[in-house]
Design a protein around this ligand. Structure first.
Ligand SMILES: *Cc1c(COP(=O)(O)O)cnc(C)c1O
Length: 228
C-alpha cells in the first residue's frame, strides 16, 4: 500500500459539520490506507464503509486497537464471501439478490450474529448496476421477510453514473416511496427505517429526499487511488 499523508484534507471537518446530526455519515475508505481511517477516527468518525471484503479484513486487522468502529460493506458481495462478510461487517448495504440474502442468513445463523442489512434497489433503469428493481423485488419480499437471522432495515440505491439531477431525485424519492410501501405491507420482520442514499456528488439531494445514511469518500478525503 502506498504511503499516503495521514493528514486529512482541509474540507474534512466542514463537510462533516454540514451533515445533519440525524443522518449517519459513513466515511468511505476503500483504496485508502489505514492511516486515513485512523486520522478520521481521531476526529470522531465511527462509521466506515469499504467495498471489498478482503481489503476491509486487512485493514480491520491493523486497526484492532480501535474497538468501536461500525463497519459497513457497501460494494457488491459474491455469495461465496457471505460468511466472511457477516463475520467482519456490522452492516451490509449491498444485498442485491434473494440468493445472497439466503446465504447471509445461513452464515448469520452459524456465526450467531445479526447483520444489519439494506436491500440494494434500482428505482430508475441502469443495466450495468447491481440491484433489485422494484418489479423484481416486490414478489420476493415475503421471502426476505422470512430470513430470521438478518435485520433487513434499509434500502440502498446508487443513481446511474452521470444522471441528470431530475433522475437522481427520481431514484431517491423512489427509494423513499418503496420504503413506505414495504412498511405498509404488513410484514412480520421487514421494516425499513434507514435509507442509504447519497455519495459525494449527490448527498445534498439525498438528504433533502430523506436519506438517513450518506456514504462519502471523495468529499471527505479528496480523490482516491484507482486501486488499493
Ligand atoms: C465508492 C462508493 C461510495 C463513495 O463514493 P464517493 O463518490 O467518493 O463519495 C459510496 N457508495 C458506494 C456504493 C461506493 O462504491
Amino acid at each position: 500500500m502506498t504511503a499516503a499523508p495521514s493528514a486529512l484534507p482541509e474540507q474534512f471537518d466542514a463537510i462533516r459539520q454540514g451533515i445533519p446530526p440525524t443522518v449517519t455519515l459513513i466515511a468511505v475508505t476503500k483504496f485508502l490506507p489505514v492511516e486515513t481511517i485512523r486520522a478520521a477516527y481521531e476526529r470522531g468518525v465511527r462509521h466506515f464503509g469499504e467495498s471489498r471484503v478482503q481489503e476491509a479484513i486487512a485493514k480491520q486487522t491493523e486497526l484492532s486497537d480501535l474497538p468501536d468502529i461500525t463497519w459497513h460493506l457497501i460494494g457488491h458481495l459474491q455469495t461465496n464471501k457471505a460468511r466472511k462478510a457477516v463475520e467482519h461487517f456490522d452492516w451490509i448495504h449491498s444485498v442485491d439478490s434473494l440468493k445472497l440474502a439466503e446465504r447471509l442468513d445461513q452464515a448469520a445463523m452459524e456465526v450467531e450474529k445479526v447483520p444489519q442489512c439494506c436491500l440494494q434497489v434500482k428505482l430508475v433503469p441502469d443495466p450495468p448496476k447491481y440491484g433489485l428493481d422494484a418489479t423484481a423485488l416486490t414478489p420476493l419480499l415475503p421471502q426476505f421477510d422470512q430470513l430470521a437471522h438478518l435485520n433487513i432495515r434499509g434500502l440502498m440505491t446508487i443513481p446511474p453514473q452521470g444522471a441528470e439531477p431530475a433522475v437522481v431525485r427520481e431514484a431517491f424519492t423512489g427509494a423513499k416511496a418503496l420504503a413506505t410501501t414495504i412498511n405498509q405491507s404488513g410484514f412480520h420482520r421487514l421494516h425499513i427505517d434507514q435509507l442509504s442514499l447519497g455519495m459525494s456528488g449527490d448527498y445534498g439531494e439525498a438528504i433533502a429526499c430523506g436519506s438517513t445514511m450518506v456514504r462519502l469518500g471523495t468529499a471527505l478525503f479528496g480523490p482516491r487511488p484507482l486501486s488499493p
